[in-house]
Design a protein around this ligand. Structure first.
Ligand code: GDP
Length: 314
């Protein structure tokens, strides 16, 4: 049973999900957390990962490290999205097993499910159809990670769990002009339009696709709940809000949060991606967690973080 002294390694502690998980564990009084920056430990180097795990001997790993990006970033660099993610996750999962680490949570994404899944998507729908093409490389890598965890469980009796969050947002997100996900990208665009008195802001696609947005701190709470829950039988668990909105509604909400007064126009030459990937979250609810932060509140905190954190605006 996990306790406040259990040594937990958070891979990817600087990213959106990993930083929220680290903060939540600290708030909850976990005293024995280990993490390394990208510079200190290259997760694409299997030997380096093995040496690190052999030395630190964590009892639990939260695998939140990944190469992530928005719809256009994914379309432009499928090679890197596939190869880097396969390397990072395989190195950690394989070396976790080699070093007798039996407990691990692997972070996936709702984009692993088939494009034409029945909605809301149940975990069982994995590999029941073709993937959405805009993020196929990333999804394929994540599916390999999920299956690798599951194969270790079956073959060697480990306790590796995969979680599938819907679209996450929050503090410490990536605001890069082309690579970012929709929320950070629109925060940046509305903010710049406001400060530069621009008449209009462009939103990609038709505005019609729907997405389910989960505040990263709520997601972190779900992860902390999972690591404290014993005897979880499932190998894959969806984590979402049960609440979908259109990209057009999202854009209006961000416009209001930022206090921009111009117009919104839609660039239909940019991809919409999948129309909906709403998750069925019954399994997570049965474990005793549901999201609590409203999109409005989460966006306010996220925008403040963007304003106060100089690094994000570079
Ligand atoms: P996805 O859930 O993997 O498609 O992730 P994204 O966050 O990249 O995109 C979500 C939706 O937002 C898609 O329908 C995009 O077309 C739409 N979108 C609208 N404007 C933007 C933008 O400026 N950046 C991104 N990344 N997506 C945008």
């Amino acid at each position: 049973m996990i306790n406040k002294n259990t040594k937990i390694y958070i891979a990817g502690h600087c990213g959106l999900a990993g930083s929220a998980i680290k903060s939540k564990l600290e708030q909850e009084g976990f005293l024995n957390l280990v993490y390394k920056t990208h510079k200190e430990l290259d997760l694409t180097d299997s030997n380096a990962v093995n040496i690190f795990l052999a030395k630190e001997k964590p009892e639990y790993i939260i695998l939140a490290a990944a190469k992530v990006g928005g719809i256009v970033g994914n379309l432009k660099s499928p090679v890197e999205f596939l190869t880097e993610n396969i390397k990072i996750q395989t190195n950690i999962i394989e070396n976790a097993f080699k070093n007798n680490i039996n407990e691990l949570i692997f972070l996936g994404s709702s984009c692993i499910y088939p494009k034409n899944s029945q909605l809301p998507i149940k975990e069982e729908q994995l590999l029941s159809g073709s993937l959405e093409t805009t993020n196929e490389a990333y999804a394929l890598a994540k599916i390999c990670g999920i299956k690798l965890c599951s194969y270790y469980n079956k073959q060697y009796g480990t306790n590796y769990l995969s979680v599938m969050p819907c679209n996450l947002y929050g503090k410490n997100d990536n605001y890069h002009q082309e690579n970012a996900h929709v929320i950070p990208m629109l925060i940046r665009r509305f903010h710049e339009a406001k400060t530069q008195n621009k008449k209009e802001v462009t939103v990609w696609g038709t505005g019609l696709p729907k997405r389910e947005f989960l505040y990263a701190d709520d997601f972190a709470e779900a992860i902390v709940k999972l690591i404290q829950t014993e005897n979880i039988e499932d190998e894959i668990i969806n984590i979402g809000t049960n609440n979908e909105i259109t990209i057009a509604t999202l854009a209006e909400t961000i416009k209001k949060t930022v206090g921009y007064e111009g117009n919104i126009i839609y660039d239909k030459t940019k991809p919409d991606g999948t129309f909906s990937k709403k998750l069925n979250t019954e399994k997570m609810e049965a474990i005793g967690w549901s999201a609590t932060t409203s999109l409005e509140d989460g966006l306010k905190i996220t925008y403040q973080d963007f304003l106060t954190n100089d690094n994000l605006r570079k």
